[in-house]
Design a protein around this ligand. Structure first.
Ligand code: SF4
Length: 370
């Protein structure tokens, strides 16, 4: 067990306290923080604007955690899935998604997940443990270090991989602070999205702490269906959940993304679409429809194309921006809901949650949305 302090696991405030505790001037914290979150920084000797004495002291007392890349798989659609090993030998994955002119990285927040949503392969693992803040951050740093000069920039982060980020609240908040810090990773809060299954108290707390985008994995417009698909709904049913969405403090001009995985015969009827439109009345929302991605051990099926199109039309007629998203990386088992972290020395699929924009169809009057 490493007794040294992992500087990548500290928030900026904690780093400042640590530095001043050693006797360094406060202003050095910004300089050192910028070093720590450089993707290519591996040893303190690379911090060339610090004296040898201080670098030696850092070496004695601290270290910079890193993830080991076990495998990178590339999909025919350009998505890349990274399988990482953690310090204790557990495994997680991140998925790099090419978009128009930039990359989005889908990162994990837990090893496994306790929520056990019926349509999700990750949920079948149960929860092994929470990720530390540094393990969330290091997924981003490691992938950034893997990119070359010919790659577009990695500008967007979605916490939509393995795990429920709000179930690992403290470490997720710490990681988000570093991602957004001008002395840390410097991502725009407009380009960082947290996806939740609907942990109501933590949703409220998140909005009060940080201005990030929120995605809600909704998947049903009535409690009976949602109870069946997502056990969390028994604890936080639709009434308080939708109220929490209405009250959530979003970045300026942003809307909550409602994710709706369409499963044939379960939640894809025209009546379900009408109920969804009614349920979201008063929520600043846009809707992503995601056809179910098959994985072992689940008898669900994706909707047929006609049903999918009809479902979308009903929502558009109700003035909601509604997008059909096809998952990227299906050929490398990196698609939404297919994820399952299992490393046996061979390659195994992990994570979930990246979708490709297929086509955006807007309601006639977006401003007039209900
Ligand atoms: S969908 Fe998300 S919250 Fe539900 S089991 Fe999968 S990883 Fe967990």
């Amino acid at each position: 067990m490493n007794k040294k302090i992992d500087l990548r696991n500290l928030t900026f405030e904690e780093l400042k306290n640590w530095i001043t505790g050693l006797g360094l001037e406060t202003y050095r914290a910004e300089q050192i923080s910028r070093w720590i979150f450089q993707p290519d920084l591996q040893t303190f000797d690379q911090m060339t604007n610090l004296s040898r004495k201080w670098r030696g002291l850092f070496q004695e007392q601290a270290y910079l955690s890193q993830l080991i890349i076990l495998k990178v798989e590339k999909s025919s659609d350009g998505a890349r899935k990274f399988l990482f090993e953690l310090e204790d030998g557990e495994h997680i994955e991140s998925v790099l998604i090419p978009e128009r002119g930039h990359y989005t990285l889908c990162v994990s927040s837990q090893v496994g997940c306790a929520q056990r949503c019926r349509f999700c392969f990750t949920g079948k693992m149960g929860l092994k443990r929470n990720l530390k803040s540094s393990e969330i951050i290091n997924q981003v740093l490691t992938v950034q270090g893997h990119l070359t000069e010919t790659d577009p920039l990695l500008t967007n982060i979605v916490l939509m991989g393995m795990g429920e980020p709000l179930d690992n609240f403290e470490n997720t908040i710490r990681a988000l602070k570093t991602l957004l810090s001008p002395f840390g990773m410097q991502f725009s809060h407009r380009h960082v999205t947290l996806s939740t299954a609907g942990l109501v108290p933590e949703m409220k707390a998140l909005g009060n702490i940080l201005p990030v985008n929120l995605a809600l994995s909704l998947n049903a417009a009535d409690d009976a269906t949602r109870n069946r698909l997502m056990p969390i709904n028994r604890k936080y049913p639709l009434d308080p959940l939708i109220q929490a969405c209405k009250e959530f403090l979003l970045p300026h001009k942003k809307r909550i993304t409602i994710e709706y995985i369409l499963i044939k015969g379960i939640n894809d009827s025209p009546q379900a679409a009408r109920s969804l439109a009614k349920l979201l009345s008063g929520v600043k929302a846009k809707i992503n429809l995601i056809p179910f991605n098959a994985h072992p051990g689940v008898g669900f099926k994706p909707p047929d194309e006609e049903g999918l199109s009809k479902f979308q039309d009903i929502l558009i007629r109700s003035q909601y921006t509604t997008i059909i998203r096809r998952s990227k990386g299906t050929d490398i088992s990196a698609a939404c809901g297919q994820l399952h972290a299992l490393w046996t020395g061979g390659s195994r699929p992990v994570l979930g949650g990246r979708q490709e924009k297929e086509g955006e169809r807007r309601g006639m009057k977006e401003e007039g949305r209900r």
